[in-house]
Design a protein around this ligand. Structure first.
Ligand SMILES: [Zn+2]
Length: 264
């Protein structure tokens, strides 16, 4: 009987975490079910790996991920991995934007609904391989932090969805770089997000770059880590020029800066 040694996992609401399982002889496949979604782990040398996201609205407390291991001789094993989720502080922010982004015309509402369906479909797709192998980087070199991740937001006096990314200070025209290698799955203007680029890194990990003044990539294209995807701007629902950098792991909204630390 082989022992499976796992460090016990802990993360705050809105953080990414790295799940690792040591390889064993004959082990052919591992999947993990977390937050109701099953996805594969990828083998990298003597370790199997997946990134898990703790959605910003996950209840604080004890949670479990279910591991399913399949061996070449047909055996399989199920294991439970405890994950402790701690509470994060998400303040409330009041913002003033153009009224048309708060009181939507019927046409704009229809468009926003259509686009949110399209985005949901992208996030529901888990590419079963990792397109990346190196650590994630910040899309604007030299910027060490973002603002407002998870903030509860009130636009023109009306409550809206929490802020699902981090805002990075950036003048219009600042080059925006892909945080890691991946495939561009969306590159176009959206109602709320303005000019938007979505990158699928594989294994359910996505990063998004919003409010751009220019898009430099096309859907279907592979981009390298640090490759320019566009220029910062102030398109869509904004109060001024900046980069909105977002990250999803399957359906979990996580602080993109937490992707940087999953290799530490
Ligand atoms: Zn933002």
């Amino acid at each position: 009987m082989l022992a499976l040694i796992l460090a016990s996992l802990a993360a705050a609401q809105g953080q990414a975490l790295r799940l690792e399982v040591p390889h064993e002889p004959g082990l052919e496949q591992i999947t993990v079910t977390w937050n109701g979604h099953e996805r594969p782990l990828v083998r990298q040398g003597e370790t199997w790996m997946a990134l898990l996201g703790v959605d910003l609205d996950t209840e604080a407390g004890a949670h479990e991920a279910e591991l399913s291991l399949t061996y070449a001789d047909g055996r399989s094993a199920q294991r439970t991995e405890p994950i402790a989720v701690s509470a994060a502080e998400f303040p409330t922010t009041e913002l003033t934007v153009e009224p048309r982004y708060v009181e939507l015309s019927p046409e704009d509402q229809q468009r926003a609904n259509r686009e949110s369906g399209e985005i949901a479909q992208i996030y529901a797709t888990v590419t079963p391989e990792a397109h990346w192998s190196e650590p994630f980087l910040v899309p604007i070199p030299g910027v060490s932090g973002g603002r407002n991740f998870g903030h509860r937001r009130i636009f023109n006096g009306q409550p809206r969805a929490p802020h699902s990314g981090a805002d990075l200070r950036a003048a219009t025209g600042t080059p925006i770089l892909a945080a890691n290698r991946g495939r561009v799955v969306l590159a176009k203007e959206l109602f709320f997000s303005g000019n938007a680029v979505f990158v699928d890194h594989g294994l359910g990990v996505y990063t998004v770059y919003l409010h751009l003044s220019r898009i430099d990539v096309e859907p279907g294209q592979m981009v390298g880590r640090g490759q320019q995807v566009g220029l910062a701007g102030a398109t869509g629902r904004v109060t001024g020029p900046h980069l909105h950098w977002g990250a999803r792991i399957v359906d979990a909204r996580v602080d993109p800066f937490s992707l940087l630390s999953v290799y530490e």
